[in-house]
Ligand binder design. Structure first.
Ligand SMILES: [Zn+2]
Length: 367
């Protein structure tokens, strides 16, 4: 089910349950002394809202969308977060006080940690092992955002459920997209939805490194040269990673360089290292959708026609469907770390180890 449908379901269910409680025995909003006619008037907007929600639901089910769906609104209102770096000015810090920094995903947090080190207080919003596409923040997260000096987001539409919260508590001025300046891949041509999975190309993470260095240096100028030194050291590690990946993928014959994943997560990797994304279990760039029966049949056709050897599934995504497809086609099921690091001391507890783990798994499955 797409995000659009989820929104309609949720609001319809909420409206129906409100309508039910209005209809049933008296509650706080409808005290008995209000009199019957009064109660009907009070109930009317709720009834209308329930009917409207049901209509929206029917519209969504029939594939006909109302004027501005949440996804379209999201594209319009939040896509700019990936394209702009807000002007940041120095934060007045007391003696021994550190910059309060938030990063949304564990992957962004790891890169921020490499540049900020002990000079910053860093909080990660989305815990390791959670899917960044579907993560829903708690009131505690909102409080942390309100207190922060800067919030680093992946941007490019990844944090769909988080962005409204970030904007309402934090205000846009403290939100900094680490992906500023990256040329985003687009689904279905120039104006299509942006592909947020930029970290699968280490060169994009070099861009992150520069953005984070710049932002931290602007907020905390006393430590700017330390941030710069750390950023250059980390950048050298990213270049080493790129050289290692090139070495590894050279073992995969050209005919086998076909990636089939749970959702469209490896586009930047495919572009950089000469692979092709031949299909996905879940249609699109997010994990929020569900494939239809026809889409599944078409996918199994692709696997047989292209002689696809493996289906790669993220550790934060339910593998049930992918397992079924693997069983049907004889392809193997291979787990990758995609949207999140592993737990500390796990096999992918940093960005660098995540990339090494995934590349080793891909090469092993396809060579
Ligand atoms: Zn994803």
């Amino acid at each position: 089910m797409t995000k659009v449908n989820r929104y309609h379901w949720t609001s319809a269910i909420l409206s129906i349950s409100r309508w039910r409680s209005a209809k049933g025995s008296p509650d706080l909003r409808f005290p008995p002394k209000s009199g019957d006619s009064n109660r009907t008037i009070l109930r009317l907007p709720i009834l209308i809202s329930a009917i409207l929600s049901l209509l929206l639901l029917l519209l969504a089910a029939s594939g006909c969308r109302p004027a501005a769906t949440p996804v379209e609104r999201h594209e319009r209102e939040y896509a700019r977060l990936a394209d702009e770096m807000p002007p940041l000015s120095p934060v007045p810090l007391g003696e021994g006080e550190k910059l309060q920094v938030i990063a949304t995903t564990s992957i962004v947090a790891d890169v921020v940690k490499n540049i900020g080190g002990d000079l910053i207080d860093l909080t990660t919003l989305i815990p390791p092992g959670s899917d960044p596409h579907t993560f829903e923040p708690t009131p505690r997260d909102a409080a942390a955002v309100a207190k922060a000096h800067v919030v680093f987001i992946n941007g490019a539409g990844l944090e769909q459920f988080l962005e409204p919260l970030l904007e309402s508590v934090g205000g846009t001025e403290k939100i900094t997209s680490v992906s500023y300046g990256i040329e985003l891949r687009r689904l279905d041509g120039e104006h299509g939805q942006a592909d947020p999975h930029v970290w699968f190309d280490p060169y994009n993470v070099i861009v992150w490194t520069h953005n984070i260095e710049q932002a931290l240096g602007a907020l905390d100028p006393d430590n700017a040269s330390a941030y710069t030194a750390r950023a250059r050291a980390y950048e050298a590690e990213l270049r080493e990673l790129d050289a290692w990946i090139r070495d590894q993928v050279a073992q995969v014959p050209a005919a086998n360089r076909k990636l089939l994943t749970d959702h469209k997560v490896l586009g930047y990797f495919a572009d950089r290292y000469g692979f092709e994304q031949v299909g996905t279990v879940i249609p699109g760039l997010s994990t929020l959708a569900q494939p239809s029966a026809q889409e599944l049949t078409a996918l199994e056709d692709i696997i047989r026609r292209h002689n696809v050897k493996a289906i790669f599934v993220g550790t934060t995504v339910n593998p049930r469907l992918a397992q079924q497809i693997a069983d049907d086609t004889g392809a193997s099921l291979v787990f990758l770390y995609t949207g999140s690091l592993s737990e500390p001391n796990g096999p992918a507890d940093s960005y660098l180890s995540l990339m090494r783990y995934d590349v080793a798994a891909i090469v092993e499955a396809l060579k």
